[in-house]
Write a protein that binds this ligand. Structure first.
Ligand SMILES: NC(=O)c1ccc[n+]([C@@H]2O[C@H](COP(=O)([O-])OP(=O)(O)OC[C@H]3O[C@@H](n4cnc5c(N)ncnc54)[C@H](OP(=O)(O)O)[C@@H]3O)[C@@H](O)[C@H]2O)c1
Length: 508
């Protein structure tokens, strides 16, 4: 048999790629938004990169009276529209042969019995070896029901030499109590090592590069501490509003949607100590140590800010305010912007504030972690020749323009000793010819391989809620979020939060 060379692999690259073993991926909620925009395209991209085994099979489950062919058509359209890598007929045909659809309602035991029969048959016809991953891309209120159905139908049980894994999408609960309840529910059926909680930020190359940069080099770690760092700013700004997701977003808000998971994970990776190895246990233990040392300031009124976008202009278009969005009650207090100041009680970080902010309908889409360094203790230059220097900064740009920027003072060409701030840039797109895979490609592959370091474990989820719960309770008791203009920089109270500390947010 001849194999087609994979055009996406560099022939000089002699490393063995990580390839998944024989397995079935069961996708609950396969007709949903996440599945069509991210999961199905990512599965195709993995197939295109030669990272799925020949008998790999994908089973879709949703409430449609569909045949396999209808499911394949949905997947085909999703791949055509959203896949990262070029469309190749041979790859698609091979992948589509392994796609099956099981119609069903989560409350119907018969549907799960049919699913159990379908995957068993795939073991025989496609050699999938009894290895099943169940991806719950479904509204969170159905998690307990689906988990229970997996138990009842025997799908959660595996024989010797095979495995079962369950993948859960955020939100992992609504607060600490509901997160604990969810964990109890899942643990009744699956052991912790079989549970893969998706925080798709951890699948991003640039987020993993935080660890590479810190621990593969010698020049950063010596200054990565309170002796040199003045403060840290972690930002995830979006230029879009809530779109059609009113039902999901209202009552959740920016802090639960983004800070509890993505931003606290970025904080943990930025602040953690060096793990003894990159094994799941070591990395997650260091992250948990940081999260358990996070301290909230005593006065939450001064250390937090929240806002709600008002009408305005964005990208030349007039846009509605949050309260005018379809499906949002006029008296909604859900925040679409949140900023918080945290401290970490450790020898490395004592006294260094970490400022976290996220918001919708801001001027620009950007996610970054900025280490802002202390000012030079003395400048031996005349004031007239030195512009007011900013502070040195090291900015890890997560998206868009993935890369790293170092900001420092430099001499302006000329006869005087004139100093000004300049940027030095590393851009992924310029240094590497290969494009970064999508986060979901990496994470889906890790699930099928059974490699868990990039998935938060229960302890981290609960520690993150312990940080957020007091803030949510404070907000619930203290009025409404401040209105801020769409297309701007967020509420004034967020600027004030920084100004009180003699600092300012980096411009978006
Ligand atoms: N969308 C995103 O960008 C995004 C981002 C991060 C995390 N998430 C998380 O990902 C998960 C899925 O989100 P989504 O936006 O894709 O949701 P969605 O568009 O509402 O899709 C829900 C899916 O669940 C199925 N479903 C709902 N009720 C069902 C029932 N009773 N029985 C059988 N199937 C049922 C629907 O199938 P039918 O065809 O039968 O209706 C549909 O396929 C959620 O946990 C969400 O929080 C989503």
């Amino acid at each position: 048999m001849t194999t087609t060379p994979n055009p996406l692999r560099d022939p000089r690259d002699k490393r063995l790629p990580r390839v998944a073993g024989p397995s079935v991926l069961v996708l609950f909620g396969v007709t949903g938004d996440l599945s069509r925009k991210k999961l199905l395209p990512a599965i195709y991209d993995l197939a295109n990169r030669g990272l799925l085994p020949p008998g790999f099979s994908l089973v879709g489950f949703a409430r449609r009276e569909w045949e396999n062919q209808d499911f394949r058509q949905l997947a085909y359209e999703a791949v055509k529209e959203h896949a990262r890598t070029p469309f190749r007929e041979d790859v698609w045909t091979h992948l589509a042969e392994g796609m099956h659809f099981v119609p069903g309602e989560f409350s119907d035991p018969g549907a799960f019995d049919a699913l159990a029969m379908a995957v068993k048959e795939l073991d025989t016809t496609r050699g999938t070896g009894g290895n099943y991953a169940f991806y719950l891309s479904i509204p969170p209120k159905f998690f307990p029901q689906v988990i229970e159905q997996l138990r009842r139908s025997g799908l959660a049980e595996h024989g010797p030499g095979s495995w079962r894994r369950v993948v859960i999408e955020k939100p992992f609960g609504h607060n600490l109590d509901s997160a604990k309840e969810l964990n109890r529910t899942v643990h009744r059926v699956f052991p912790e090592e079989s549970i893969f909680r998706i925080d798709h930020y951890l699948g991003k190359e640039t987020v993993q590069n935080i660890l590479a940069m810190r621990f593969a080099n010698t020049m950063y770690e010596p200054i990565w501490n309170r002796s040199y760092v003045d403060h840290v700013q972690i930002t995830m700004a979006e230029d879009i509003g809530i779109g059609g997701r009113a039902g999901y977003y209202d009552g959740i808000g920016a802090a639960r949607d983004v800070i509890q998971n993505h931003l606290l994970q970025l904080l943990a990776l930025t602040a953690m100590e060096e793990p003894t190895s990159f094994s799941a246990d070591s990395v997650r233990a260091e992250k948990a140590k940081v999260l358990s040392s996070v301290r909230l300031p005593a006065d939450l009124g001064r250390a937090t800010a929240r806002g709600q976008y008002a009408a305005g202009w964005q990208g030349g278009e007039k846009v509605r305010g949050y309260l005018e969005e379809e499906g949002i009650p006029l008296d909604s207090r859900t925040e679409t912007y949140a900023a918080i100041k945290l401290e970490i009680e450790s020898r490395r970080w004592a006294g260094v504030p970490f400022y976290l902010r996220t918001g919708k309908r801001l001027s620009r889409r950007v996610t970054e972690v900025a280490m802002v360094f202390q000012r030079a203790p003395h400048l031996p230059f005349s004031h007239t020749d030195t512009e007011e220097l900013g502070q040195n900064a090291l900015v890890m740009r997560v998206q868009p323009d993935e890369g790293i920027t170092v900001r420092f003072g430099s001499k302006v060409p000329g006869t005087a000793m004139e100093i000004r701030d300049v940027n030095m840039d590393f851009a992924y797109g310029e240094s590497f010819t290969e494009h970064s895979p999508e986060a979901y490609e990496r994470l889906l592959l890790d699930v099928l391989i059974g490699d868990p370091p990039l998935f938060p474990r229960q302890e981290e989820v609960e520690l993150s809620w312990e940080i957020l719960d007091p803030i949510e309770e404070y907000w619930a008791e203290h009025g409404k979020p401040e209105q801020y203009k769409s297309g701007g920089y967020g509420p004034e109270s967020a600027d004030l939060l920084m100004a009180r500390d003699g600092r300012a947010w980096r411009r978006l």
